[in-house]
Design a protein around this ligand. Structure first.
Ligand SMILES: NC(=O)c1ccc[n+]([C@@H]2O[C@H](COP(=O)([O-])OP(=O)(O)OC[C@H]3O[C@@H](n4cnc5c(N)ncnc54)[C@H](OP(=O)(O)O)[C@@H]3O)[C@@H](O)[C@H]2O)c1
Length: 266
């Protein structure tokens, strides 16, 4: 246990289960007080009691439905006014894995509201306070599906591609401010997300599945190594460098100012 009493606080969304609950434990171990946000207040309260006892920190449960405008506004206000908040982990997310044509408007909307809108609004609320203090850390949880779409993941992949691009732009914007922004792209991780998604956890190939503890510890190791983009399951880190270099080359080639020759009709 590495706790030293302090007034630094981490706000973690989606902390009532899975990846978010492990972030809560690991940040408590690092001496952070916690504000844990999700809908299931009973789970949050149990985790707060357990972590404050184990690590001697203060932990607060804040029940909120982050697809609800007024609930998001409450957390925005908290981020804007609580000077002790130094870390925001935007982790709450859901997947509804099904062909887009068979996805109800409400399932599509809920994924967008939670994975995109809430993450954006909470980040925007935290940034001015962090910039004013010239410090702070935002961890945005995307997914490997940010760079990969399947016939059952058009909407979910789209939401995570947003998290990727939003976070990368923000990293450039905040580069000189003292505020750190880490993008984490987990692959399949054993959580409740799967059974809720329509693809049961039991149907996944166990060899492709990570534990939540391994995922979060790898992401925090990446953070400690100064990474801004962390692929916890990717052994060959040069793969991302090559991908990103190809992306940059493609973008540079879009700046031609005229149609490509293959589109010029003679
Ligand atoms: N598991 C994977 O394979 C995997 C892979 C890549 C990325 N991810 C990402 O990792 C993040 C965490 O997911 P997980 O795998 O740990 O799944 P999880 O165990 O199902 O956790 C999701 C968390 O989000 C909260 N949440 C869901 N709807 C909410 C709402 N309307 N308002 C507030 N909180 C809400 C849930 O709490 P309540 O139900 O109590 O509200 C829960 O705490 C997500 O962003 C997910 O997309 C997961």
């Amino acid at each position: 246990m590495t706790h030293t009493p302090s007034s630094k606080t981490a706000l973690i969304t989606g902390a009532s289960s899975g990846i978010g609950a492990v972030y809560a434990d690991r940040l408590a171990q690092r001496g952070y007080n916690l504000i844990l946000v999700a809908r299931r207040a009973d789970r949050l309260e149990a985790l707060c009691a357990q972590l404050s006892k184990a690590h001697g920190i203060q932990a607060e449960a804040v029940a909120a439905d982050l697809t609800n405008d007024q609930d998001v506004a409450r957390i925005e206000a908290l981020l804007a006014t609580r000077a002790d908040v130094q870390v925001l982990v935007n982790n709450a997310g859901i997947a509804r894995l099904a062909p887009a044509a068979q996805t109800s408007a409400s399932d599509a909307q809920t994924q967008i509201a939670l994975n995109i809108t809430a993450l954006t609004r909470l980040t925007q609320a935290a940034v001015p306070a962090f910039v004013a203090k010239k410090q702070g850390l935002i961890i945005n949880i995307a997914s490997v599906l940010a760079v990969h779409s399947m016939a059952i993941s058009a909407i979910y992949s789209g939401t995570k591609a947003y998290v990727l691009q939003y976070t990368r732009g923000l990293q450039q914007e905040l580069a000189e401010t003292g505020v750190q922004v880490q993008l984490v792209l987990p692959a399949s991780t054993a959580t409740e997300l799967w059974d809720l998604s329509g693809v049961p956890l039991a149907a996944l190939n166990k060899d492709t599945l990570m534990t939540t503890e391994h995922m979060v510890d790898a992401a925090l190791a990446g953070l400690d190594q100064g990474e801004t983009i962390t692929w916890p399951s990717v052994a060959d880190a040069s793969l991302w460098d090559k991908y990103d270099a190809a992306r940059a080359e493609l973008f540079a080639n879009t700046q031609a100012g005229k149609p490509a020759p293959r589109y010029q009709i003679a």
